[in-house]
Design a protein around this ligand. Structure first.
Ligand code: ADP
Ligand code: MG
Length: 679
């Protein structure tokens, strides 16, 4: 990047790079975090107390105080400044200022203390009387240790002076969405004119911010759509939507598909019939019936004489899929290979050989078992269940596999409802099908918040339910600090519950259990031989035991919202009245109470996800699973939905009309970070 560097001292470059700035262009787009108003100055006694302001007073006397702790106290006329950390040189400078009759100009919040106005650790300058004020708002930039604002500001302004900031978007597009020019916008944000609307700048509603946010959202949309098109441009086998097996399955399903399931099925079958790889996310709340839709898709591959892979995040879930798939498809003569940790070496070899030879038509297992795509002779479709549980690395690996000229169709399934704005932005590279209704006959789960102190009542309730022939879950939380602790809490709970409920058969399942033991416990629970199942969150996804009607979540306050909703979805699957008990340890923090309230008051996963997004923001919600995708720096999905919609429309139009302009636009805003999206 020689010739296009920011230029300054060597150490600085590393710091700039840490902030994501490697070129002058990127430096020019390093926009302020906020602004400080140093255009007006207040006397200490007249300073407003509700916001940071610039205050000016004559320096009288600096002194080092020792109570309540060592600090520098600078007495000025009507004002005291306190510095808990200070250098000797500061003390000297204030001393000199007092001798010379200089004024201190301090920026920060003013408090009314015992002896008048007080400021703690303000930013300050020592000035002679009559020093002119700033004529415009002062931009404050996101920075890093050792890169002071004045230096960073100077570097940005230098870069801005040399930057071209050519317009990347056609005038027609700008007019349609009432957007102003990019150069004008960026310059205004760096150097707001004296008359600029400070509130609009602070709240980022100013037209200049609007343009920048639009550009950022557009870049994201463009890059996602480019990736989509690239993959869509590859070949895939066209699978018939009306094969003989598919017809037979649909004719003898054990239930009637819901309208939403039929719609999703139609969308998927239509995609599969194309000679290009499908890339579709099937989203549906827990229990909405995604598995049968996946089985139907797999059957389309089998009908074409090809193979399908079904990947689940846990062994337990893979086993459950195996049982369901076998129930539906084995009567049709479909051959299914189930790869799991309980197989002997010889059994595993046989299963792999069946997939490699093409005798097995569907391969089923956890993701780990399919690291190598060559396992399959003729893979036409890959189904990934509980997509949100796969880390970014797996998603990248899957995409890499699809780099070849010809790639399998992909169906991802997720029960974590993704709020509309999130799916429109971070999942814009996928087509979306939504199952937005539950199969008929489901009874709502009643949710109760119960203090740990009433554990005895909860145990009585478990006993009653199990005596009446029902079953229950007891779920223990993940304790962040140690994976071991996670395990221990479940083992302890199992021991305590076994002692308390002697007449019941209490089982235990957790992630560290050998696969075969896990499978045995789950089979016993499914068959009703275990009454109460103590579990860690390994049961979070997918598990389906309709006879289980009661769930206790111990330390509910430690679970995430999406997780609570997922877990609760394990019950209420049969025709029984079900209850979910959120057991909490008092006292509850304010934040924990707010979160539990959301789950307590809402049954709809989408609403919970929306509130989760509002409480935590997209970075947290997307979490590790999507952390490879650059998060938005300027746009706020909550507030900027209209801009997001505009950007989305514009992305398709621009890709059609002017691919070169689209390319320049993405390069400007994403630059080096593009690789992550391309993967
Ligand atoms: P999820 O979407 O959470 O993966 P599943 O596919 O496990 O949900 O379905 C939950 C339960 O509902 C399963 O027992 C499944 O067989 C059943 N089911 C699915 N579709 C229907 C339907 N249309 N009518 C009745 N039961 C259904
Ligand atoms: Mg499922």
């Amino acid at each position: 990047m020689a010739g296009n560097k920011p230029g300054p001292a060597p150490g600085i470059e590393g710091k700039l790079a840490r902030l994501g700035m490697r070129s002058r262009a990127e430096l020019a787009l390093h926009l302020p975090l906020r602004y400080e108003d140093e255009t007006a100055v207040f006397a200490p006694e007249a300073a407003p107390l509700d916001r940071p302001v610039l205050v000016e007073a004559r320096v009288l006397k600096p002194e080092v105080a020792y109570r309540p702790r060592r600090q520098l106290v600078v007495r000025a006329e009507g004002l005291a400044l306190r510095f808990l950390n200070f250098y000797g040189s500061q003390l000297k400078a204030f001393q000199r200022a007092a001798d010379e009759g200089l004024l201190v100009r301090a920026y920060g919040e003013v408090r009314r203390g015992l002896f008048g106005a007080e400021m703690i650790h303000p930013r300050y300058r020592l000035v002679p009387e009559g020093e002119p004020l700033a004529s415009a708002l002062t931009p404050i930039y996101p920075s890093t240790a050792g890169l002071a604002q004045p230096l960073l500001r100077r570097l940005v302004l230098e870069a801005l002076a040399g930057a071209e900031l050519a317009e990347t978007l056609p005038q027609s597009l700008l007019r349609r969405h009432s957007l102003q020019g990019i150069a004008e916008s960026v310059r205004l944000l760096h150097q707001p004119p004296p008359q600029a609307d400070a509130a609009a700048l602070a709240q980022r509603t100013h037209p200049a911010w609007r343009r920048v946010k639009f550009d950022e959202l557009l870049a994201q949309q463009l890059s996602m759509r480019m990736a989509y098109r690239a993959r869509r441009g590859r070949d895939a086998p066209a699978l018939p939507a009306n094969g003989a097996l598919l017809k037979r399955l649909l004719a003898k399903l054990p239930f009637r598909l819901t309208r939403a399931q039929r719609r999703a099925m139609a969308e998927i079958l239509k995609d599969l019939a194309q000679p290009h790889p499908m890339q579709r996310l099937l989203q549906g709340d827990v229990g909405s019936g995604k598995t049968i839709v996946a089985a139907i898709a797999c059957l389309a591959a089998v009908d074409a004489g090809l193979q399908a892979a079904v990947m689940a995040p846990t062994e337990i879930l893979a086993e459950q899929h195996y049982r369901k798939f076998t129930g539906w498809l084995a009567p049709l003569g479909v051959r299914i290979a189930w790869l799991h940790g309980g197989l002997t070496r010889a059994q595993k070899k046989t299963a792999l050989a069946a997939l490699a030879g093409g005798e097995a038509q569907i391969g089923l297992g956890t993701h780990a078992l399919f690291q190598d795509a060559s396992v399959f002779a003729r893979l036409a479709l890959a189904v990934v269940d509980e997509q949100h549980r796969f880390g970014v690395r797996q998603r990248l690996a899957l995409r890499k596999k699809a780099q070849a000229r010809s790639a399998p169709h992909q169906l991802m399934m997720s029960a974590t409802p993704i709020p509309r704005t999130l799916s429109m932005s971070y999942y814009a590279d996928l087509d979306l099908s939504v199952i937005d209704e539950l199969p008929p006959g489901r009874r709502p789960v009643s949710t109760k918040l119960v203090s740990e102190a009433r554990r005895g009542e909860v145990l009585a309730r478990i006993r009653d339910a199990c005596r009446a022939g029902q079953q229950a879950y007891w779920v223990c939380p993940v304790i962040e600090e140690s994976k071991q602790g996670d395990l221990q809490s479940a083992i302890d709970a199992h021991a305590a519950l076994s002692a308390d409920l002697k007449d019941l058969n209490v089982g235990l399942v957790h992630g560290r259990l050998p696969a075969a033991d896990k499978a045995a416990v789950m089979a016993a629970f499914s068959a009703g031989r275990i009454h109460l199942l103590v579990a860690t969150t390994v049961i979070e996804v997918g598990l389906d035991v309709p006879n289980a009607s009661l769930m206790v979540l111990e330390h509910a306050e430690r679970f995430g919202l999406a997780q609570l909703h997922q877990l609760r979805g394990r019950i209420g699957r049969g025709s029984l009245d079900s209850a979910c008990i959120l057991l909490y340890a008092s006292p509850l923090s304010q934040a924990a109470r707010a979160r539990l309230k959301v789950v307590y008051e809402n049954a709809d996963g989408f609403e919970i996800a929306r509130q989760d997004l509002a409480l935590r923001g997209p970075g947290e919600v997307l979490g590790e699973a999507q952390s490879g995708t650059p998060l938005l720096r300027f746009a706020d999905l909550d507030k900027d939905e209209p801009l997001l919609i505009a950007a989305r429309e514009s992305a398709e139009a621009l890709l059609e009309a002017d691919p070169a302009a689209a390319e320049r636009h993405v390069e400007r805003w994403l630059g080096a970070r593009r690789d992550l999206l391309r993967a």
